[in-house]
Design a protein around this ligand. Sequence first.
Ligand SMILES: CC(=O)N[C@H]1[C@@H](OP(=O)(O)OP(=O)(O)OC[C@H]2O[C@@H](n3ccc(=O)[nH]c3=O)[C@H](O)[C@@H]2O)O[C@H](CO)[C@@H](O)[C@@H]1O
Ligand SMILES: C=C(OP(=O)(O)O)C(=O)O
Length: 439
Amino acid sequence: MSDVLRVHGGRPLHGRIKVRGAKNFVPKAMVAALLGNGPSVLRNVPLIRDVDVVSNLLRLHGVKVDFDHEAGTLTMDPTNVESGQVSEIDALAGSSRIPILLCGPLLHRLGEAFIPDLGGCNIGGRPIDFHLNSLRAFGATIEKLSSGIRITAPNGLVGTQIELPYPSVGATEQTLLAAVNARGLTELRGAAVEPEIMDLVSVLQKMGAIISVDTDRTIRIEGVDELYGYRHTALSDRIEAASWASAALATKGDIFVAGAHQPDMTTFLNVYRKIGGAFDVFDDGIRFWHPGGDLKAIMMETNVHPGLMTDWQQPLVVALTQAHGLSIVHETVYENRFGFTEALRKMGTNIQLYRECLGSLQCRFAQKNYEHSAVIFGPTPLHGADIVIPDLRGGFSHLIAALAAEGTSTVSGVDTISRGYEHFKQKLRQLHADFEEID
Ligand SMILES: CC(=O)N[C@H]1[C@@H](OP(=O)(O)OP(=O)(O)OC[C@H]2O[C@@H](n3ccc(=O)[nH]c3=O)[C@H](O)[C@@H]2O)O[C@H](CO)[C@@H](O)[C@@H]1O
Ligand SMILES: C=C(OP(=O)(O)O)C(=O)O
């Protein structure tokens, strides 16, 4: 498969594509399957690299994994969970952020876990201190190795009280996956409540867990002795849906995104409408299009759910380069998520980065020397350029920019996009994009 695309831009994307299960949910539900005393079946699973990585990780731990790509059905049988070879597990180092979530399930099943160094997008320091503090609070002992970490809990995990300093998605999932089988009650305050986390709560409840979620970011989990296999259909990918919606806006196109689910995208849809994008919600998806006329500049600020999701920011920035006036974007979730704008500047955009918090919030990155605010002057015509993809969402955004630009662009490193976008080249063809793969 070619990792380089030659893109002939300047044509509106139009047509229909389908999004399946969420990249930020499916791998976590796969980890949850480790906790069951029998097989689990997950439906609506996309063929993306993060699913592959976690399938391999589960297999290395003795789980029998069968994936029917076409049907999107994944069957996982954890009857014979085992520790796995450290060298084989270590070969997956750097491939995804999911391995850290295996801690709780492996501690429950085996009393120990080896976790390789994590991967994921390079958009900030991405420490795991909240994860490790949470695991320690449950009674686990952590040893740092030259690569990865070893965790043990010879006496099992015990329910505890945890308050997260920031509503981290991963640390909330870590705590849930550890608490469901821990002895006694766990109270987690300051939890993240993203829709993908709520879907994980649904999976765990199907498995036999007792979990209540309050409106004030408090989650209470009563540990149980045994969990069962589950059957579940994954919620759809609201980041992929928003990415195609942004592509429709940037290319002056019209895209029906089958599978897009309005309730998980409310904040995105408000922003889309404020910019001047049009959408129409149907039972089976959402149609997104550029209605003609000028797009409007806006001020937007990313935040934890129900705020504007940080993963929506990068595709939206490309659309904002075509809006009239001055847009301000304040990124408050990651300290370093504007690296992708360098390539956009090469394509003719006028984007300036600032260390100050240019928003209504003084965020955690104030006075910390991180360029986490952007000012975009638009509209600026985009022209083709040679671009190297930096990360998943930044990469998709570069692709949108190349498709919107007049002339030809060479986009290298597109394989990164397969980590979170199923069949993206096929979907581009369905949307009449003009590009070819080059060796
Ligand atoms: C696989 C997956 O689901 N990835 C998503 C998940 O990432 P992920 O779970 O890694 O993101 P978190 O919500 O944990 O991170 C949010 C912030 O908390 C900080 N932090 C986090 C953990 C920790 O131990 N210490 C710490 O300081 C991070 O550096 C970051 O600034 O949620 C992010 C926020 O919605 C999304 O952008 C990612 O797409
Ligand atoms: C940041 C992202 O993912 P990850 O946490 O897997 O790096 C993303 O999906 O945009």
